[in-house]
Design a protein around this ligand. Structure first.
Ligand code: NAD
Length: 363
Protein backbone atom coordinates (compact mmCIF):
# COMPACT_ATOMS: atom_id res chain seq x y z
CA UNK A 1 0.00 0.00 0.00
CA UNK A 2 1.09 3.60 -0.57
CA UNK A 3 1.00 5.53 2.70
CA UNK A 4 1.12 9.33 2.80
CA UNK A 5 1.86 11.74 5.63
CA UNK A 6 1.17 15.42 4.85
CA UNK A 7 2.26 18.30 7.08
CA UNK A 8 -0.44 19.44 9.53
CA UNK A 9 -1.83 22.84 8.60
CA UNK A 10 -4.07 23.66 11.58
CA UNK A 11 -3.05 26.82 13.45
CA UNK A 12 -0.33 26.04 16.04
CA UNK A 13 -0.43 22.32 15.24
CA UNK A 14 3.12 20.98 15.41
CA UNK A 15 2.39 17.26 15.70
CA UNK A 16 2.85 14.93 12.72
CA UNK A 17 1.12 11.67 11.75
CA UNK A 18 4.25 9.52 11.39
CA UNK A 19 7.56 9.18 13.22
CA UNK A 20 10.58 7.46 11.61
CA UNK A 21 9.99 4.25 13.62
CA UNK A 22 6.47 3.98 12.17
CA UNK A 23 7.85 4.56 8.67
CA UNK A 24 10.30 1.75 9.22
CA UNK A 25 7.50 -0.60 10.37
CA UNK A 26 5.41 0.13 7.29
CA UNK A 27 8.37 -0.19 4.92
CA UNK A 28 9.43 -3.49 6.51
CA UNK A 29 5.92 -4.81 5.72
CA UNK A 30 6.43 -3.96 2.05
CA UNK A 31 4.56 -0.63 1.96
CA UNK A 32 5.77 2.61 0.36
CA UNK A 33 5.72 5.73 2.55
CA UNK A 34 5.57 9.33 1.29
CA UNK A 35 6.17 12.19 3.72
CA UNK A 36 5.70 15.87 2.86
CA UNK A 37 8.87 17.93 3.06
CA UNK A 38 9.24 19.47 6.52
CA UNK A 39 6.22 17.61 7.93
CA UNK A 40 8.10 16.53 11.07
CA UNK A 41 9.97 19.74 11.82
CA UNK A 42 7.43 20.96 14.40
CA UNK A 43 8.06 17.74 16.33
CA UNK A 44 11.82 17.97 15.89
CA UNK A 45 12.04 15.31 13.14
CA UNK A 46 14.18 16.15 10.10
CA UNK A 47 13.40 14.92 6.57
CA UNK A 48 16.68 12.96 6.61
CA UNK A 49 15.40 10.85 9.52
CA UNK A 50 12.35 9.83 7.47
CA UNK A 51 14.56 9.05 4.47
CA UNK A 52 16.86 6.91 6.64
CA UNK A 53 13.76 4.98 7.78
CA UNK A 54 12.80 4.29 4.16
CA UNK A 55 10.36 7.11 3.29
CA UNK A 56 10.34 9.23 0.17
CA UNK A 57 10.06 12.98 0.68
CA UNK A 58 7.63 14.87 -1.58
CA UNK A 59 7.66 18.65 -1.94
CA UNK A 60 3.96 19.41 -1.60
CA UNK A 61 0.83 18.24 0.20
CA UNK A 62 -0.85 17.86 -3.22
CA UNK A 63 1.73 15.24 -4.24
CA UNK A 64 1.34 13.30 -0.98
CA UNK A 65 -2.46 13.22 -1.17
CA UNK A 66 -2.35 12.27 -4.86
CA UNK A 67 0.05 9.34 -4.32
CA UNK A 68 -1.37 7.77 -1.16
CA UNK A 69 -3.97 5.02 -0.77
CA UNK A 70 -3.89 5.69 2.98
CA UNK A 71 -3.25 9.06 4.62
CA UNK A 72 -1.95 9.11 8.20
CA UNK A 73 -2.50 12.43 9.98
CA UNK A 74 -3.18 13.94 13.39
CA UNK A 75 -5.99 16.49 12.96
CA UNK A 76 -9.14 16.39 10.86
CA UNK A 77 -8.84 17.60 7.24
CA UNK A 78 -9.28 21.36 6.85
CA UNK A 79 -11.10 23.10 3.97
CA UNK A 80 -7.83 23.56 2.02
CA UNK A 81 -7.44 19.78 2.14
CA UNK A 82 -10.99 18.84 1.10
CA UNK A 83 -10.26 19.06 -2.66
CA UNK A 84 -7.20 16.81 -2.17
CA UNK A 85 -9.20 13.91 -0.72
CA UNK A 86 -9.89 11.19 -3.27
CA UNK A 87 -12.74 8.72 -3.67
CA UNK A 88 -11.98 5.51 -1.77
CA UNK A 89 -8.91 6.99 -0.06
CA UNK A 90 -8.45 5.79 3.52
CA UNK A 91 -7.86 8.57 6.08
CA UNK A 92 -6.49 7.47 9.44
CA UNK A 93 -6.61 10.47 11.81
CA UNK A 94 -8.69 12.29 14.46
CA UNK A 95 -11.96 13.52 12.89
CA UNK A 96 -14.43 14.42 15.71
CA UNK A 97 -17.13 14.45 13.00
CA UNK A 98 -19.99 15.12 15.44
CA UNK A 99 -18.44 18.52 16.14
CA UNK A 100 -18.55 19.65 12.47
CA UNK A 101 -21.30 19.18 9.95
CA UNK A 102 -19.17 20.96 7.33
CA UNK A 103 -16.35 18.43 7.70
CA UNK A 104 -18.80 15.50 7.69
CA UNK A 105 -20.49 16.70 4.50
CA UNK A 106 -17.15 17.43 2.80
CA UNK A 107 -15.87 13.93 3.53
CA UNK A 108 -19.17 12.43 2.33
CA UNK A 109 -18.93 14.38 -0.91
CA UNK A 110 -15.35 13.27 -1.51
CA UNK A 111 -16.43 9.64 -0.78
CA UNK A 112 -13.51 8.86 1.50
CA UNK A 113 -13.08 6.05 4.01
CA UNK A 114 -12.66 7.59 7.48
CA UNK A 115 -11.00 5.59 10.24
CA UNK A 116 -11.27 7.93 13.23
CA UNK A 117 -8.72 7.59 16.03
CA UNK A 118 -11.18 8.83 18.64
CA UNK A 119 -13.67 5.96 18.30
CA UNK A 120 -11.31 2.96 18.00
CA UNK A 121 -11.92 0.75 21.04
CA UNK A 122 -9.92 -1.74 23.07
CA UNK A 123 -11.45 -5.03 24.20
CA UNK A 124 -12.40 -3.42 27.53
CA UNK A 125 -14.22 -0.58 25.78
CA UNK A 126 -11.50 2.02 26.46
CA UNK A 127 -10.23 4.33 23.72
CA UNK A 128 -6.57 3.48 23.01
CA UNK A 129 -5.96 6.24 20.47
CA UNK A 130 -7.39 8.98 22.69
CA UNK A 131 -5.55 7.80 25.76
CA UNK A 132 -2.06 9.08 24.87
CA UNK A 133 -3.36 12.64 24.43
CA UNK A 134 -5.25 12.42 27.74
CA UNK A 135 -2.00 11.34 29.37
CA UNK A 136 -0.18 14.34 27.94
CA UNK A 137 -2.95 16.80 28.87
CA UNK A 138 -3.27 15.28 32.35
CA UNK A 139 0.44 15.62 33.07
CA UNK A 140 0.49 19.13 31.65
CA UNK A 141 -2.44 20.42 33.70
CA UNK A 142 -0.64 20.87 37.07
CA UNK A 143 2.36 22.41 35.29
CA UNK A 144 0.14 25.00 33.63
CA UNK A 145 -1.78 25.53 36.87
CA UNK A 146 1.48 26.01 38.79
CA UNK A 147 2.71 28.58 36.33
CA UNK A 148 -0.49 30.63 36.43
CA UNK A 149 -0.57 30.56 40.25
CA UNK A 150 2.22 33.11 39.88
CA UNK A 151 1.16 36.57 41.06
CA UNK A 152 2.02 38.20 37.72
CA UNK A 153 -0.71 36.13 36.03
CA UNK A 154 -3.43 36.93 38.55
CA UNK A 155 -2.72 33.82 40.62
CA UNK A 156 -2.42 33.53 44.41
CA UNK A 157 1.35 33.86 44.30
CA UNK A 158 1.85 30.36 45.64
CA UNK A 159 4.60 27.90 44.82
CA UNK A 160 2.88 24.52 44.45
CA UNK A 161 5.45 22.60 46.47
CA UNK A 162 5.70 25.17 49.26
CA UNK A 163 9.17 25.40 50.86
CA UNK A 164 10.47 24.23 54.23
CA UNK A 165 8.24 26.00 56.75
CA UNK A 166 5.51 26.96 54.24
CA UNK A 167 2.70 24.55 53.33
CA UNK A 168 2.26 23.24 49.76
CA UNK A 169 -0.79 23.94 47.60
CA UNK A 170 -4.10 22.12 47.73
CA UNK A 171 -4.85 20.70 44.30
CA UNK A 172 -8.36 19.43 43.58
CA UNK A 173 -8.80 17.09 40.59
CA UNK A 174 -12.34 16.45 39.32
CA UNK A 175 -12.55 13.04 37.62
CA UNK A 176 -10.16 10.15 38.20
CA UNK A 177 -9.91 8.78 34.65
CA UNK A 178 -6.88 9.00 32.37
CA UNK A 179 -6.49 12.79 32.60
CA UNK A 180 -7.32 12.91 36.31
CA UNK A 181 -4.93 10.22 37.46
CA UNK A 182 -2.07 11.61 35.37
CA UNK A 183 -2.77 15.10 36.72
CA UNK A 184 -2.94 13.82 40.29
CA UNK A 185 0.34 11.93 40.01
CA UNK A 186 2.10 14.96 38.55
CA UNK A 187 0.69 17.34 41.18
CA UNK A 188 1.67 14.88 43.90
CA UNK A 189 5.17 14.72 42.44
CA UNK A 190 5.39 18.50 42.69
CA UNK A 191 4.64 18.13 46.38
CA UNK A 192 1.03 19.34 46.48
CA UNK A 193 -1.69 17.90 48.69
CA UNK A 194 -4.04 16.38 46.13
CA UNK A 195 -7.72 15.48 46.45
CA UNK A 196 -9.25 13.61 43.54
CA UNK A 197 -13.02 13.19 43.16
CA UNK A 198 -14.81 10.54 41.15
CA UNK A 199 -18.24 8.93 41.16
CA UNK A 200 -17.15 5.36 40.38
CA UNK A 201 -16.25 3.12 43.31
CA UNK A 202 -13.90 1.06 41.13
CA UNK A 203 -11.99 4.18 40.07
CA UNK A 204 -11.65 5.35 43.70
CA UNK A 205 -10.44 1.88 44.71
CA UNK A 206 -7.86 1.85 41.92
CA UNK A 207 -6.64 5.33 42.83
CA UNK A 208 -6.40 4.36 46.47
CA UNK A 209 -4.26 1.35 45.54
CA UNK A 210 -1.92 3.12 43.16
CA UNK A 211 -1.54 6.80 44.09
CA UNK A 212 1.19 8.26 46.31
CA UNK A 213 0.31 9.01 49.93
CA UNK A 214 -0.29 12.73 49.27
CA UNK A 215 -3.25 11.90 46.96
CA UNK A 216 -6.67 11.44 48.57
CA UNK A 217 -9.39 9.83 46.42
CA UNK A 218 -12.86 10.93 47.60
CA UNK A 219 -16.40 10.23 46.37
CA UNK A 220 -17.76 13.10 44.27
CA UNK A 221 -21.00 14.68 45.47
CA UNK A 222 -22.09 18.34 45.63
CA UNK A 223 -21.25 18.71 49.35
CA UNK A 224 -17.76 17.23 49.05
CA UNK A 225 -17.17 19.35 45.97
CA UNK A 226 -18.06 22.59 47.79
CA UNK A 227 -15.93 21.72 50.82
CA UNK A 228 -12.95 21.04 48.59
CA UNK A 229 -13.48 24.08 46.37
CA UNK A 230 -13.16 26.30 49.47
CA UNK A 231 -9.75 24.81 50.23
CA UNK A 232 -8.38 24.52 46.68
CA UNK A 233 -5.55 26.62 45.26
CA UNK A 234 -5.75 24.80 41.93
CA UNK A 235 -8.70 22.90 40.42
CA UNK A 236 -8.25 20.56 37.46
CA UNK A 237 -11.37 19.63 35.50
CA UNK A 238 -11.11 16.12 34.04
CA UNK A 239 -14.59 14.61 34.08
CA UNK A 240 -16.07 12.82 31.11
CA UNK A 241 -19.42 11.24 30.51
CA UNK A 242 -18.79 9.36 27.25
CA UNK A 243 -20.70 10.72 24.31
CA UNK A 244 -22.18 13.62 26.31
CA UNK A 245 -21.25 17.22 27.09
CA UNK A 246 -19.19 17.52 30.26
CA UNK A 247 -21.34 18.14 33.37
CA UNK A 248 -20.93 21.69 34.73
CA UNK A 249 -19.76 20.66 38.20
CA UNK A 250 -18.37 24.06 39.20
CA UNK A 251 -21.08 26.74 38.85
CA UNK A 252 -20.50 30.47 38.63
CA UNK A 253 -21.69 30.97 42.23
CA UNK A 254 -18.99 28.54 43.41
CA UNK A 255 -16.28 31.02 42.38
CA UNK A 256 -17.35 33.24 45.32
CA UNK A 257 -16.53 30.53 47.90
CA UNK A 258 -13.09 29.93 46.36
CA UNK A 259 -9.86 31.63 47.35
CA UNK A 260 -9.13 34.71 45.18
CA UNK A 261 -6.30 33.93 42.77
CA UNK A 262 -7.01 30.18 42.66
CA UNK A 263 -6.39 28.66 39.22
CA UNK A 264 -8.82 26.40 37.36
CA UNK A 265 -7.49 24.26 34.52
CA UNK A 266 -10.44 22.89 32.54
CA UNK A 267 -9.00 20.00 30.56
CA UNK A 268 -12.53 18.82 29.72
CA UNK A 269 -13.04 22.00 27.67
CA UNK A 270 -12.99 20.00 24.43
CA UNK A 271 -16.28 18.46 25.59
CA UNK A 272 -17.68 21.84 26.62
CA UNK A 273 -15.85 22.13 29.95
CA UNK A 274 -16.86 21.18 33.50
CA UNK A 275 -16.82 24.73 34.91
CA UNK A 276 -19.81 26.90 34.03
CA UNK A 277 -17.53 29.89 33.44
CA UNK A 278 -15.18 28.07 31.01
CA UNK A 279 -14.76 28.95 27.38
CA UNK A 280 -12.14 27.56 25.05
CA UNK A 281 -8.83 29.44 24.84
CA UNK A 282 -5.67 29.00 22.74
CA UNK A 283 -1.97 28.51 23.45
CA UNK A 284 -1.31 32.09 22.36
CA UNK A 285 -3.95 33.50 24.77
CA UNK A 286 -4.53 30.72 27.30
CA UNK A 287 -6.07 32.38 30.39
CA UNK A 288 -8.72 34.80 31.55
CA UNK A 289 -10.03 35.79 34.98
CA UNK A 290 -13.62 35.55 36.25
CA UNK A 291 -14.49 36.78 39.77
CA UNK A 292 -10.82 36.66 40.74
CA UNK A 293 -10.37 33.03 39.61
CA UNK A 294 -7.85 32.36 36.82
CA UNK A 295 -9.22 30.08 34.07
CA UNK A 296 -6.93 28.07 31.75
CA UNK A 297 -9.08 26.38 29.08
CA UNK A 298 -6.87 25.44 26.12
CA UNK A 299 -8.72 22.98 23.90
CA UNK A 300 -5.67 21.32 22.32
CA UNK A 301 -3.26 21.14 25.23
CA UNK A 302 -1.04 18.33 23.78
CA UNK A 303 -0.12 20.57 20.85
CA UNK A 304 2.17 22.53 23.18
CA UNK A 305 4.39 19.52 23.71
CA UNK A 306 4.33 18.37 20.10
CA UNK A 307 7.31 16.06 20.18
CA UNK A 308 6.15 14.10 23.24
CA UNK A 309 2.62 14.00 21.84
CA UNK A 310 3.69 12.88 18.36
CA UNK A 311 5.72 9.99 19.72
CA UNK A 312 3.02 9.00 22.24
CA UNK A 313 0.38 9.07 19.51
CA UNK A 314 2.48 6.97 17.11
CA UNK A 315 3.16 4.39 19.82
CA UNK A 316 -0.59 3.80 19.84
CA UNK A 317 -1.54 4.34 16.18
CA UNK A 318 1.10 2.12 14.55
CA UNK A 319 -0.49 -1.09 15.90
CA UNK A 320 -3.79 -0.45 14.11
CA UNK A 321 -2.17 1.40 11.21
CA UNK A 322 -0.05 -1.62 10.29
CA UNK A 323 -3.16 -3.81 10.44
CA UNK A 324 -4.97 -1.43 8.08
CA UNK A 325 -2.07 -1.29 5.65
CA UNK A 326 -1.31 -5.02 5.68
CA UNK A 327 -4.86 -6.31 5.33
CA UNK A 328 -6.77 -3.38 3.85
CA UNK A 329 -9.46 -1.74 5.97
CA UNK A 330 -12.23 -4.25 5.11
CA UNK A 331 -10.36 -7.33 6.32
CA UNK A 332 -8.65 -5.50 9.20
CA UNK A 333 -12.03 -4.34 10.53
CA UNK A 334 -13.51 -7.83 10.09
CA UNK A 335 -10.66 -9.29 12.14
CA UNK A 336 -10.71 -6.61 14.84
CA UNK A 337 -14.11 -5.40 16.11
CA UNK A 338 -12.44 -2.64 18.16
CA UNK A 339 -10.80 -1.22 15.04
CA UNK A 340 -14.15 -1.46 13.23
CA UNK A 341 -15.60 0.92 15.83
CA UNK A 342 -13.24 3.51 14.34
CA UNK A 343 -14.84 3.23 10.91
CA UNK A 344 -16.93 6.41 10.78
CA UNK A 345 -17.43 6.59 7.02
CA UNK A 346 -17.09 4.20 4.06
CA UNK A 347 -16.99 5.63 0.55
CA UNK A 348 -18.84 8.70 1.80
CA UNK A 349 -21.55 6.79 3.70
CA UNK A 350 -21.65 7.44 7.45
CA UNK A 351 -21.17 4.16 9.33
CA UNK A 352 -20.99 5.48 12.91
CA UNK A 353 -24.38 5.97 14.54
CA UNK A 354 -23.68 9.03 16.74
CA UNK A 355 -22.37 10.95 13.70
CA UNK A 356 -25.43 10.03 11.63
CA UNK A 357 -27.68 11.05 14.52
CA UNK A 358 -25.84 14.33 15.05
CA UNK A 359 -26.76 15.55 11.55
CA UNK A 360 -29.84 13.46 10.78
CA UNK A 361 -28.00 11.51 8.08
CA UNK A 362 -28.90 8.05 6.73
CA UNK A 363 -27.13 5.26 8.61
P1 NAD B 1 -11.96 9.24 31.33
O1 NAD B 1 -13.24 8.64 30.83
O2 NAD B 1 -10.75 8.38 31.41
O3 NAD B 1 -12.20 9.86 32.80
C1 NAD B 1 -13.33 10.63 33.15
C2 NAD B 1 -13.66 10.36 34.61
O4 NAD B 1 -14.65 11.31 35.02
C3 NAD B 1 -14.25 8.96 34.87
O5 NAD B 1 -13.45 8.25 35.80
C4 NAD B 1 -15.64 9.27 35.42
O6 NAD B 1 -16.06 8.33 36.42
C5 NAD B 1 -15.43 10.66 36.01
N1 NAD B 1 -16.66 11.40 36.27
C6 NAD B 1 -17.81 11.45 35.56
N2 NAD B 1 -18.71 12.23 36.19
C7 NAD B 1 -18.11 12.70 37.32
C8 NAD B 1 -18.52 13.55 38.40
N3 NAD B 1 -19.74 14.08 38.42
N4 NAD B 1 -17.64 13.81 39.39
C9 NAD B 1 -16.40 13.29 39.36
N5 NAD B 1 -15.96 12.46 38.38
C10 NAD B 1 -16.81 12.17 37.38
O7 NAD B 1 -11.69 10.52 30.41
P2 NAD B 1 -10.26 11.22 30.21
O8 NAD B 1 -9.51 10.54 29.11
O9 NAD B 1 -9.63 11.38 31.52
O10 NAD B 1 -10.70 12.65 29.62
C11 NAD B 1 -11.25 13.67 30.44
C12 NAD B 1 -11.57 14.88 29.58
O11 NAD B 1 -10.38 15.50 29.13
C13 NAD B 1 -12.35 14.54 28.30
O12 NAD B 1 -13.34 15.51 28.09
C14 NAD B 1 -11.30 14.60 27.23
O13 NAD B 1 -11.87 14.85 25.94
C15 NAD B 1 -10.51 15.76 27.74
N6 NAD B 1 -9.18 15.97 27.10
C16 NAD B 1 -8.88 17.26 26.79
C17 NAD B 1 -7.65 17.57 26.23
C18 NAD B 1 -7.30 19.01 25.96
O14 NAD B 1 -6.34 19.27 25.25
N7 NAD B 1 -8.03 19.98 26.51
C19 NAD B 1 -6.73 16.55 25.95
C20 NAD B 1 -7.06 15.23 26.26
C21 NAD B 1 -8.31 14.95 26.85
Amino acid sequence: MKIGCPKEIKNHEYRVGLIPASVRTYVASGHEVFVQKGAGLGSGIADEEYVAAGAKILDTAEEVWAKADMIVKVKEPLPQEYPLMREGQLLYTYFHFAASEELTKACMERKIVALAYETVEDQDGSLPLLKPMSEVAGRMAPLMGSFYLGKAHGGRGLLVSGVPGVAPCNVLVLGGGVVGRNAARMAAGLGAKVTILDVKAKVLEYLDDTMPSNVFPVYSDPVTLEENLKEADMVIGAVLIPGAKAPKLVRKEHLKIMKPGAVMVDVAIDQGGCFETSHATTHSDPIYVVDGIVHYCVANMPGAYARTSTFALNNATIYYGKMLADKGYIQACKDNPGLKKGLNMVMGKVTYKPVAEAFDLPY
